[in-house]
Design a protein around this ligand. Structure first.
Ligand code: FRU
Length: 493
């Protein structure tokens, strides 16, 4: 019997999604066509387009049986929706098509690798058995592989959980063969990353446990990604259930580990770990290696622990971050917004050596779709203790970016952004600074604030649902600080 689940979802998003005007969405951040979106999936370059799929439930703004939504772009900023790519409509994925990835094949097809889940009441009735599955397509329509699943828990070492075994990230080696990493955990819930190889993308063999955790960093490790960059190997993963300590926030977080890779044994040797992002809304990263050599990362600009349901009349939920170019310098991962963003810069306002000793607004510096770099420094040694930039400001509402040179910390605070929800609204974390000097590049796109600190040494990604009429920006210092500001409006015109 042919399933109606996919055609129904396509019809629904076409009829209802097209009612959402582009003004009701961010300008250049991807949102779902309609309904709910979580992780980015299948981020790849294929037939002249970037493809970005997403965990998708079109019918409500809540998580539900997962489909894969689909969008394409030439520049990673202007997104065009394609119809839902896959839906939970076969035996191995009857409960949902969870996260996964994509590669271009030599025969010209596009291969999706995803986690198929099937509901079971083995433990409690909210549990899924998880296996890795494939779908093959032409960039628009995809057919599930009849040999699914291609990887299941049989054939991998004992002691791993079949209920937490998901999010395959597939890539091709230079010789054309395939590898993938899959997130998992032991039956007593210690995070593991599993490493597999294949000659053709269809028949897979387990190689090794790439790396894992003793239980001190959360439980299940979701959404792994693994690649070489600037002479180091980088592992990105999103651990669940992390307990707060002096380096990690609690809940669902994303970490980057840098190290070396013993290819023969399939073992990653960690040298350092960092939080790539210190904002409230950042999770489930995925990268691609672009044809021009750039390693580009996207992520869900949201987090399971801080979901702020949008206003009733907004019919989408969830955004992706602005795609970022990654690099490794001095053993650290750096992120820069993709360079294509510079083509959107209009109407520069450039001010140098502005003394801030009170709350100050600058002519021409306002807006909700902007790219603004602010260099902050003391007027004389230790001459300021706290610096604040308010964005999305009006008489009642504002969102603060605060830097305290002595505390060496950066704070994002949306407590007064107009929210009526009591989820976390403030994040503070130590940042690299130099005698009170810090550089902040701030990207606003209607419903988000992304900050690139010190040329991308760290970032802070956050959603704000403040009414768009609040578009003021102000600067304030406790003490005396001096700033340079370079601000552009962002638009496609
Ligand atoms: C991460 C995640 C993935 C899973 C997907 C389900 O946010 O939990 O591990 O594949 O979301 O929607």
């Amino acid at each position: 019997m042919i399933s109606h689940i996919l055609p129904e979802a396509r019809r629904f998003e076409e009829e209802e999604g097209n009612k959402i005007s582009s003004e009701e969405r961010p300008l250049f951040h991807l949102t779902p066509k309609i309904g709910w979106m979580n992780d980015p999936n299948g981020f790849s370059q294929y037939n002249g387009y970037y493809h970005l799929f997403y965990q998708y439930y079109p019918y409500t703004k809540k998580w539900g049986p997962m489909h894969w939504g689909h969008a394409i772009s030439k520049d990673l900023l202007r997104w065009e929706y394609l119809p839902v790519a896959i839906a939970p409509d076969t035996n191995p994925d009857a409960g949902g098509c969870f996260s996964g990835s994509a590669v271009a094949m030599d025969d010209g097809t596009h291969l999706l690798m995803y986690t198929g889940v099937v509901k079971t009441d083995d433990i409690d009735n909210d549990t899924f058995i998880q296996t890795q599955c494939l779908a093959i397509g032409d960039g628009k329509d995809y057919t599930k592989y009849e040999g699914n699943p291609v990887i299941d828990i049989n054939g991998i070492p004992e002691g791993l959980s079949k209920y937490d075994f998901r999010d395959p990230k597939i890539w091709r080696e230079k010789d054309g063969t395939f590898r993938c990493v899959v997130g998992g955990c032991t039956t007593d819930r210690k995070g593991r990353i599993l490493y597999f190889r294949s000659n053709d993308g269809f028949k897979w063999e387990f190689i090794s446990i790439l790396t894992g955790n003793d239980g001190s960093l959360g439980t299940m490790w979701e959404c792994p990604d693994f690649f070489e960059l600037d002479g180091k190997y980088v592992l990105l993963t999103s651990p669940q259930d992390v307990m707060m300590n002096d380096r990690h926030f609690s809940g669902n977080i994303t970490i980057a580990k840098l190290g070396t890779f013993d290819e023969e044994k399939g073992i990653f040797h960690e040298e350092s770990e960092q939080l790539p992002d210190i904002g409230i809304d950042f999770y489930a990263t995925q990268t691609l290696l672009a044809e021009d050599g750039r390693r580009i990362m996207t992520a869900w600009m949201q987090n399971w622990d801080s979901i702020v349901y949008t206003e009733k009349d907004i019919r989408w939920f969830g955004q992706m971050i602005v795609p970022r170019e990654l690099s490794v310098r001095d053993g650290k991962l750096y992120q820069q917004p993709i360079r294509e963003l510079e083509t959107m810069r209009k109407d520069p306002v450039i001010r140098k050596n502005v003394l801030i000793d009170d709350r100050i607004r600058l002519d021409g510096v306002s807006g909700r779709t902007i790219d603004m770099t602010v260099n902050i420094r003391p007027e004389s040694e230790n001459s300021y203790r706290k610096f604040e930039i308010r964005v999305a400001e009006d008489e009642d509402r504002y969102t603060s970016l605060i830097f305290r040179p002595r505390g060496k910390n950066f704070e994002f605070n949306r407590t007064h952004s107009g929210t009526r929800r009591a989820v976390i609204h403030m994040r503070k974390y130590s940042v690299p600074e130099n005698g009170g000097e810090i550089k902040l590049r701030i990207i606003l796109d209607r419903y988000s604030v992304e900050v690139f600190i010190n040329d991308g040494e760290m970032t802070s990604s956050n959603v704000i649902m403040t009414d768009l009429s609040a578009n003021g920006i102000s600067f304030w210092a406790e003490g005396r600080a001096v700033i340079d500001v370079e601000k552009y409006d962002l638009s496609f015109d």
